[in-house]
Design a protein around this ligand. Structure first.
Ligand code: AMP
Length: 306
């Protein structure tokens, strides 16, 4: 993907330098953050513009990797100080993760300002950052064709009203099952999805980890299983990779109907399945579109799907 023209898809989120420990391995100071994973995934499909902030300590090789993926960095701000740091540890089954450290650094005063060329982007993905900042970005984009929003338990707990307001202005909301329950107070996912749809988005995508994902709209619900991996190293950022791949595939298709979203869901899920095979963006950096297409075909055949 060339990055010289205006992006088709703009993504805002966090850029992190992560330290991650799994039962088998510990990796220190590796590239992470929601926008990092999402842009890398989307870059296989369309011209993607990154909106985020890093400190003056941000390693040049991380920037070089984004550039190699063709990600447009005109929306990347560099501020005096340290880049956001995050550290987490996975338990034996890799299902549960504990946060050990969150150091906001330059992320604390992040005010996302979009370059002129980004304001006409037809597709927008508001990755996981404070709802007020998501709204600020949304207000800068002139007339987006399709807006996806992600969130996390932190914002549901401390900024619920703002989150509800911005979700109401988006076309689609993505969150995982525990977040869906926390946000709505509903036990069943069907009920949670109904409450979330009533907030305004036309589509709700609930991620269920190894149980796959479920898209709900007024037309009903559509589920896909997760791609079965024999082994994976690091699930960090899987949701961001899923959403980035989904938005990339959707933007590439030029359609925003239910069928296009279902198809894009498969692309997002498969791209995420590649991402978790290695730490950080290591696997995505070595991936190409043909490998994604081949795995999508294999997945469709195995699930007897569309
Ligand atoms: P996920 O696995 O989807 O939770 O995403 C993990 C990524 O989110 C990591 O690479 C972190 O750098 C980043 N992250 C962790 N905590 C936060 C936070 N409070 N706000 C934004 N990004 C975060």
């Amino acid at each position: 993907m060339k990055s010289s023209r205006a992006p088709d898809l703009v993504i805002v989120g966090s850029v992190g330098i992560d330290t991650i420990e799994t039962p088998r391995e510990k990796r220190v100071e590796i590239l992470g953050g929601s926008v990092s994973y999402a842009c890398a995934a989307a870059s296989f499909f369309v011209r993607t513009g990154l909106v985020g902030v890093v400190g003056t300590d941000f390693p040049v090789e991380h920037r070089a990797l984004w550039e190699r993926l063709g990600i447009n960095l005109d929306g990347l701000q560099t501020e005096e100080g340290k880049t956001f740091r995050w550290s987490g540890v996975y338990e034996e089954n890799m299902d549960n993760r504990r946060t050990l450290l969150t150091e906001l650094n330059v992320f604390e005063n992040f005010s996302p300002e979009l370059p002129e060329a980004y304001c006409d982007a037809p597709y927008l993905f508001l990755g996981n950052i404070a709802p007020a900042l998501q709204l600020h970005v949304l207000e800068q984009v002139h007339s987006p064709k399709f807006v996806l929003i992600d969130t996390m338990d932190l914002w549901i707990n401390i900024a619920r009203d703002e989150l509800v307001r911005v979700v109401g202005k988006c076309d689609m909301l993505t969150l995982n099952e525990s977040e869906a329950r926390l946000f709505t107070g509903a036990d069943s996912l069907d009920e949670a999805a109904e409450i979330l749809l009533a907030m305004g988005p036309r589509f709700v995508l609930i991620k269920k980890g190894e149980s796959g994902s479920m898209l709900v709209s007024t037309k009903g619900s559509f589920s896909i299983p997760a791609y079965k991996l024999d082994d994976f190293k690091d699930p960090t950022g899987a949701g961001d990779t899923f959403a980035g791949g989904l938005m990339g595939a959707l933007a590439e298709s030029g359609q925003i109907d239910e069928a296009a979203i279902r198809r894009a869901m498969v692309y997002g899920s498969i791209t995420a399945a590649f991402g978790v095979e290695e730490f950080s963006l290591d696997r995505l950096a070595a991936l190409d579109r043909a490998q994604i297409d081949a795995r999508v075909e294999e997945f469709k055949t195995a699930s007897g799907g569309e």
